[in-house]
Design a protein around this ligand. Structure first.
Ligand SMILES: Nc1ncnc2c1ncn2[C@@H]1O[C@H](COP(=O)(O)OP(=O)(O)O)[C@@H](O)[C@H]1O
Ligand SMILES: [Mg+2]
Length: 281
């Protein structure tokens, strides 16, 4: 059953994005638009999943969406005013969670706060708030090499929220995690997305079950075939085929170990364009 929601302004839009690496087309005319979704009576942001198999070009698209790389053609625009994205405008959590090794966890967050123009006091208050929310208070004085992978990831997410305005992109946040850790990260992303109505988290992943668990909207990245059935190089946003929906539904049903507590508080889930299809929740 679809849940009530209203689609408001544009948060991020990719228009005709194409990228070739060493002459090989990786992305071919990728179009997607993430809109602000408002659910009546609820203060909730959203999690958007960008799903595709390994090697499909997800990291390439991630870098373009984050303004880290320029596409060969097309553009990425932010907000209703359509500002072209530039490095630093979007929070970015890359796969390996880069942190300053010679600074403590708190120090890493303070640097991020200073970069975004917060006063020392404001930065400290905000950093302490994130450390508490992310269950990292005990690690405030630790250095990155002393952290577990999961802790490092949480610091990296907190660091990005210190300096970014509501929009956060994560590349493969579930890779290399055991199922329990996947649950924790999924829960954390949901929590972060709900801290503010405008918070939007875009998660790039090849993990279908994890994507279904956290995402309100899923975009599929795949390759088209020509009339003879031959694969056309370069990934595009795909409509959710019947096969894919079936696969997703069965994964969804199977992954009860990953059932999110928020299932009891269902969120609308639907496919991104070009195929709007609400997922059962
Ligand atoms: N510098 C490069 N030159 C040529 N091909 C590359 C380069 N970097 C990545 N690729 C290719 O681009 C494709 C997409 O890579 P990537 O975006 O990392 O995929 P994903 O994140 O979906 O696994 C892969 O097939 C990869 O081999
Ligand atoms: Mg990748």
């Amino acid at each position: 059953m679809p849940f009530e929601y209203e689609v408001k302004g544009t948060i991020l839009k990719a228009e005709h994005v194409s990228v070739a690496l060493s002459g090989v087309p990786i992305l071919r005319d990728v179009n997607l638009e993430v809109k602000d979704i408002v659910r009546p009576g609820k203060v909730e942001g959203q999690v958007v999943g960008l799903l595709g198999p390994s090697g499909m070009g997800k990291t390439t698209l991630f870098r373009v969406l984050a303004g880290l790389d320029s596409p060969d053609a097309g553009q990425v625009l932010l907000g209703d005013e359509g500002k072209p994205v530039e490095r630093g405008m979007v929070g970015v959590v890359a796969q390996n969670y880069p942190l300053f090794r010679h600074r403590t966890v708190l120090g890493n967050l303070l640097v991020a706060g200073a970069q975004s123009g917060l006063s020392g006091e404001q930065a400290k208050a905000r950093a302490m708030d994130y450390l508490r929310r992310f269950d990292l208070e005990g690690q405030a004085r630790h250095y990155p090499p002393q952290l577990s992978g999961g802790q490092r990831q949480r610091v990296a997410i907190a660091q990005q929220f210190m300096c970014s305005e509501n929009l956060l992109l994560l590349d493969e946040p579930f890779s290399g995690l055991d199922p329990l850790a996947v649950d924790r990260v999924a829960g954390l992303l949901e929590e972060v997305s709900c801290m503010d109505e405008l918070n939007t988290i875009i998660v790039v992943t090849h993990d279908i079950a994890a994507a279904l668990q956290v995402a309100d909207t899923i975009w599929l990245l795949g390759r088209d075939r020509d009339k003879e059935g031959k694969v056309i190089p370069g990934a595009r946003i795909q409509p959710a085929s019947r096969r894919c929906r079936r696969a997703c539904r069965s994964t969804n049903g199977r992954s009860s170990r990953r059932a999110s507590p928020r299932r009891s508080n269902p969120r609308a889930t639907w496919w991104g364009e070009p195929c709007a299809w609400p997922l059962r929740r």
